[in-house]
Design a protein. Structure first.
Length: 412
């Protein structure tokens, strides 16, 4: 019961962010929650260490290295500004952010796009003297929604593709989820226009791109990006030809970071500037959520509901709600054996993928990519996106998203 009380207090503190004049960052709040369950004996130190998913931490570390190098070299800003200037106006820029980040997330994973996209949007907003909040919301909703349509768009989709009995996962995900995902991305655009009517203007944005600042580091970043793409393609190939081979995403991220860590003279500077607070957040989150799950309260609650746990509507609903509390990857890992035992249909597994992923549009804590974006903006500027600013758009958006997926899967 203590774990649940701690979880509620963590959520409340994340929501208000201030106590008097003291401001708490998200990572600090989550760390306090993890320390609280350790001190009160709700989880043992050994169990806490086992709860930390080193694959996730390793993946994030590798991508943080690449993202920091891309930012330091100026290569990311240079190339992306050349792409985003095609938008001409704020309206067009938001559309490019939504669909550009969303479709790339389906290939490079949502966390990757969150890592490299946030500093870029901060630069664009600063240069054009516009508020960065709506742009970052477009990025957050874009990478979450877009990642639904691919088995490698996010870690939970990959779990489903490999362990959910889904034959030919790439074509299956596209067949079931491509159309409703594209519909939902369009709906995100109109939802942002609804909540920020004065933000969207026909203002012409400057089209100049910054010059590259460090050519040697840029060259190493290009090698890292090439490695990243090649390794992802190899990962895709293994899904088809050797699904039993455990070629983890962590390996991809760490190998892609090697050129920067091994050959750059600025490696120490880059490592020092990494977003360490986000890594602390995830480590603390794994500990707190493991403690909450071990309490058995959620399992007991589900049993009392007497629901058809393989029904698509139920799967969508449970996935969205439960992902807010124990994170979507652990939730999918726990739900998959249940669905396999029940002999669930392919459509049900696709509902699990859609629900667990689109849960990220509901609250900041619904997806790792949201946390990465918030932590990144707070570490680089005085601006932020509050829990309520995200939630007031995320609630109606998620309800609509879930309805779109449910209708499409039901009548597919």
């Amino acid at each position: 019961m203590i774990s649940i009380v701690v979880l509620v207090l963590v959520f409340l503190l994340i929501t208000v962010r201030h106590i008097g004049r003291i401001r708490f960052h998200i990572w600090q709040t989550m760390l306090m929650g993890a320390v609280a369950v350790l001190i009160t004996g709700q989880i043992t130190p050994s169990a806490a260490l086992k709860a930390i998913d080193l694959d996730v931490i390793g993946f994030l570390f590798g991508m943080f290295v690449l993202g920091q190098a891309l930012e330091e070299s100026g290569y990311l800003a240079h190339v992306s500004q050349r792409f985003f200037r095609l938008g001409k106006s704020i309206d067009g820029l938001v559309l490019l952010i939504l669909f550009g980040s969303g479709l790339l997330a389906a290939l490079l994973m949502n966390d990757t796009l969150a890592i490299v996209g946030t500093p870029l949007l901060l630069v664009i907003a600063s240069r054009n003297k516009i508020t960065v909040g709506p742009l970052l919301l477009a990025l957050a909703f874009g990478v979450t929604t877009g990642s639904v349509l691919s088995p490698i768009g996010n870690p939970q989709n990959l779990l489903i593709a490999l362990n959910g009995g889904v034959s030919n996962p790439f074509s299956t995900f596209l067949r079931y989820l491509a159309i409703p995902t594209l519909v939902n991305m369009i709906l995100v655009y109109f939802m942002l226009k609804l909540f920020y009517p004065h933000y969207f203007t026909n203002t012409v944005l400057p089209s100049d791109a910054d010059p590259i600042k460090d050519k040697r580091l840029t060259f190493l970043c290009q090698i890292s990006l090439a490695l990243l793409v090649v390794l992802i393609l190899i990962k895709i190939a293994f899904v088809f030809i050797a699904p039993q081979f455990d070629f983890r995403l962590t390996y991809i991220a760490l190998i892609a970071a090697l050129p920067v860590l091994g050959a750059s003279q600025r490696r120490v500077e880059i490592v020092k500037r990494l977003d360490w607070s986000t890594l602390v957040f995830f480590g603390a989150m794994f500990i707190l959520m493991a403690s909450v799950w071990d309490s058995g309260i959620f399992q007991s609650f589900l049993n009392r509901l007497h629901l058809d746990l393989s029904g698509q509507a139920v799967v969508l609903g449970i996935s969205v709600v439960l992902s807010q509390f124990i994170s979507n990857v652990p939730m999918v890992a726990l739900y998959l054996p249940v669905l396999n035992q029940l002999g669930a249909s392919t459509g049900t597994f696709m509902a699990l993928a859609a629900g667990s992923t689109i849960a990220g549009n509901l609250t900041i804590l619904g997806a790792a990519s949201n946390v990465i974006i918030i932590q990144s903006i707070e570490n680089r500027s005085d601006e932020t996106i509050t829990f309520w600013e995200f939630f007031r758009i995320g609630l109606p958006l998620t309800v609509i998203n879930v309805l779109v997926y449910w209708l499409f899967l039901r009548f597919f």
